[in-house]
Design a protein around this ligand. Structure first.
Ligand code: EPU
Length: 344
């Protein structure tokens, strides 16, 4: 029988190795939980002791600007199983603590399609719905059936449908109502036959040598995605980073047209009333790509990715982000929103 989770709460724990930016920070208290009873016990302990809580997944979308004076709860819920398996479709059920990329490779290796474009995205499965992870024309919301989350408002687990999660570009209910839900499990609806999403130029080029779409396997697509990602995006184990540091901004169509008239090469995707701009292009044009200020900098192959080169701090990184935001605002009149979560 497992000891009470209270006995497993550690003090003054170094968090730097638990986040992909490797920023120096300590947790006053820390515990790793693997099931609902551990989780509720840890939450009850924090409430009794008057400690704030911070939920930690894979730490790949988090900027720790300093020490955390409360209880950090690491979500380590394990579990990967198939349900409702029919000839063509199946549901993949994943615990929040499962590594996302490994889950993608598992699904693709079994011949199931739907998440192959999301290969190599760092982080845990439980964090995936929070920012509705997306890449190469696919988003998590395209396959997510439901989320099981612990509702801190009512103190028990609830099931949230895809619509309940209010997914948008890099946004969801979990960002809109921070602190209310703790994701413990997700269900993905996958298929052996759904069409691949291969519209992204570089992905198409990379698959050029592969057989026609009829005989492509989801694993081949996942491997092509990995090749494309590795070309541009730094491996957090070598160059600590949190992926895109800013969201691609949405601007009114009138603003987009003004930008196009003045900067014919501007990269953007006009929709009905707004256009989504490539933030990387805006930052690149301001000359930031490859910039380095002592310990922090901007990646030299993707201007949207900030790097912690050599033991930089959260404050240094955020100061650099602010300089970039100011520059882009002054030059293009566009406000860039930071994508990862900042803990001060
Ligand atoms: N570009 C530049 N300079 C650069 C990089 C890109 O001018 O340094 C221009 C290129 O012309 C390119 C355009 O910007 O056409 C867009 O670049 P890219 O295709 O690399 O995509 P992105 O918009 O910068 C988004 C996601 C990535 C995702 C890729 C591929 C966001 C915030 N980022 O980046 O997601 O992998 O598309 O789909 O939406 C992440 O969220 O952490 C992430 C890495």
């Amino acid at each position: 029988m497992k000891d009470s989770v209270r006995n497993e709460i550690l003090e003054d724990v170094d968090l730097s190795a638990m986040t992909s930016l490797r920023l120096p920070a300590q947790a006053r208290y820390f515990v790793s939980v693997t099931g609902i009873s551990d989780l509720t016990e840890a939450l009850a302990w924090a409430a009794t002791e008057g400690q704030e809580t911070l939920l930690l997944g894979g730490g790949s979308n988090l900027v720790l600007a300093g020490d955390y004076n409360g209880l950090v709860i690491r979500m380590a819920f394990p579990g990967r199983r198939w349900e409702d398996v029919s000839e063509e479709t199946a549901t993949l059920v994943l615990g929040a603590g499962e590594n996302w990329h490994e889950a993608v490779i598992h699904a693709a290796s079994e011949g199931y399609r739907g998440i192959e474009n999301l290969a190599l995205i760092p982080g845990s499965t439980g964090a995936a719905p929070v920012q509705n992870i997306g890449a190469y024309g696919a988003e998590l919301k395209d396959t997510l059936v439901s989320v099981t989350a612990y509702d801190c408002g009512i103190g028990k687990p609830v099931t949230l449908s895809n619509a309940d999660c209010r997914f948008r570009y890099r946004d969801s209910l979990f960002k809109q109502e921070p602190g209310r839900y703790i994701i413990v499990e997700i269900r993905l609806g996958l298929s052996r036959t759904r069409p691949f999403t291969l519209g992204y130029g570089e992905l198409k080029t990379c698959l050029g040598d592969c057989p026609g779409p009829g005989s492509l396997t989801p694993l081949q697509v996942a491997e092509a995605v990995m090749t494309v990602r590795r070309r541009k995006l730094p491996d957090p184990d070598q160059l600590p980073n949190a992926g895109s540091f800013f969201k691609n901004p949405l601007v009114p169509l009138a603003h987009w047209k003004r930008l196009q008239a003045r900067y014919p090469a501007v990269v953007g995707f006009p929709g009905e009333s707004t256009a989504k701009l490539a933030a990387a292009w805006l930052i690149d044009q301001c000359g930031w790509k490859g910039y380095r200020d002592r310990r922090v900098g901007v990646h030299d192959r993707q201007a949207l990715v900030l790097i912690n080169h050599d033991g930089g701090t959260g404050d240094e990184l955020l100061a650099l982000a602010e300089r970039i935001q100011e520059d882009v605002k002054n030059r293009f009149g566009v406000a860039l929103e930071v994508e990862p979560r900042i803990i001060r």
